[in-house]
Design a protein around this ligand. Structure first.
Ligand SMILES: Nc1ncnc2c1ncn2[C@@H]1O[C@H](COP(=O)(O)OP(=O)(O)OP(=O)(O)O)[C@@H](O)[C@H]1O
Ligand SMILES: [Mg+2]
Length: 322
């Protein structure tokens, strides 16, 4: 493996994230917005944003179109995130997040209809990347209309053939299809994992069996997150639990993405697995302290890092998920 692998983050369904803060969310009544903000969004872009902030270069690849495409392009340029894109005819999607204290209402557009020509141009862009052994291709999020649900399988296969390391963070059908091609690293939250394996995960035993099954079937690292309760890193050699400090929550949107970026930062710097998980939990938790989909600064992550505990989780009493 090269000592400083290149990292690419694919985002098939980027977004302009609009976040509105209200004192309460009520139906059949007027809800007054107290504060609002607009950020770049979409899981793949968030991973790239966070990695660059941490000081590790990551190029984002996405589609951009219409007025939202222009807004997103400007936001990425302002944040100095390196990116390449395929222009599309339809408008990049909007996401609307309404936050009232602990209540969050998330309304996501499906995304623009991607034509066959646009999709092929994106695949060509991905396949033209010079991937050396150990370089990382991280694939995140949902797919827009017009793109087949098994598209990630094809990409995972091609990247693996070139010796690349593939990371997949998706949900539902897309994750289910994707794992058939055995990406090296997956990052489901507990619900996503449960949906994907079609099992209720309500005990340590069940969880351990599922993690063991996935690793024995070719996925080398499972990063399982569970919100404020923290996260697990499971591999053939490690079963670790990372506990975040308790913090004041401003917005949990994108914390899974910054978590993944934190992990990749450690991974690319060849840190031990314990440290990779610690960085992941710190980056996830640092995000929670930021409004909307705005990213924490590197120093915020490093400050939280001091308060993250990572322990061996092979004893059932250690994991506070159930
Ligand atoms: N309330 C919280 N307090 C502290 N840390 C949190 C909280 N919520 C999330 N985190 C941090 O962020 C990480 C990822 O959280 P979570 O499991 O919610 O991801 P996710 O469901 O993939 O999120 P998303 O997909 O919306 O970005 C957690 O492991 C934890 O470190
Ligand atoms: Mg997630």
């Amino acid at each position: 493996m090269s000592s400083h692998p290149a990292v690419y983050s694919l985002s098939f369904n980027s977004s302009v994230d609009n976040t509105f803060y209200l004192s309460s969310i009520r139906f059949d009544d007027i809800n007054r917005i107290e504060k609002s903000r607009v950020d770049a969004g979409g899981k793949g872009l968030n991973v790239a944003r966070m990695l660059n902030i941490l000081g590790y270069p990551c190029e984002a690849l996405t589609f951009l179109g219409g007025p939202n495409g222009k807004i997103l392009k400007k936001l990425l340029e302002e944040e100095k995130v390196p990116f390449r894109y395929v222009p599309i005819k339809e408008n990049t999607r909007s996401i609307f997040n309404f936050i009232a204290g602990k209540e969050v209402l998330r309304i996501n557009e499906k995304g623009p209809l991607i034509s066959k020509k646009e999709k092929d141009a994106f695949l060509n862009l991905i396949y033209s990347l010079k991937i050396s052994k150990g370089d990382i291709v991280s694939i995140s999020g949902s797919i827009p209309p017009g793109v087949e649900k098994d598209i990630y399988r094809e990409i995972i296969k091609k990247v693996k053939t070139k010796g690349g390391i593939v990371v997949l963070d998706a949900d539902g059908d897309v994750l289910e299809e994707g794992i058939k091609e055995k990406p090296h690293i997956i990052k489901p939250n507990l619900w996503e994992l449960s949906r994907t394996v079609r099992r209720r995960i309500s005990s340590f035993r069940t969880l351990k069996n599922i993690l063991e099954y996935l690793v024995s079937h070719g996925m080398s690292n499972i990063l399982l997150t569970n919100g404020e309760k923290g996260a697990v890193l499971f591999s053939s050699t490690h079963f670790l639990y990372g506990r975040p400090p308790s913090v004041k929550v401003l917005s949990t949107i994108g914390c899974g993405d910054t978590f993944l970026a934190g992990f990749l930062y450690g991974y690319c710097k060849n840190k031990p697995q314990e440290e990779c998980l610690r960085l992941a939990v710190a980056a996830g938790t640092a995000k929670v302290l930021k409004e909307g989909t705005s990213m924490p600064e590197r120093r915020d992550v490093m400050e939280i890092l001091k308060k993250v505990k990572v322990v061996n989780a092979s004893e059932r009493t250690i994991l506070p998920f159930f």
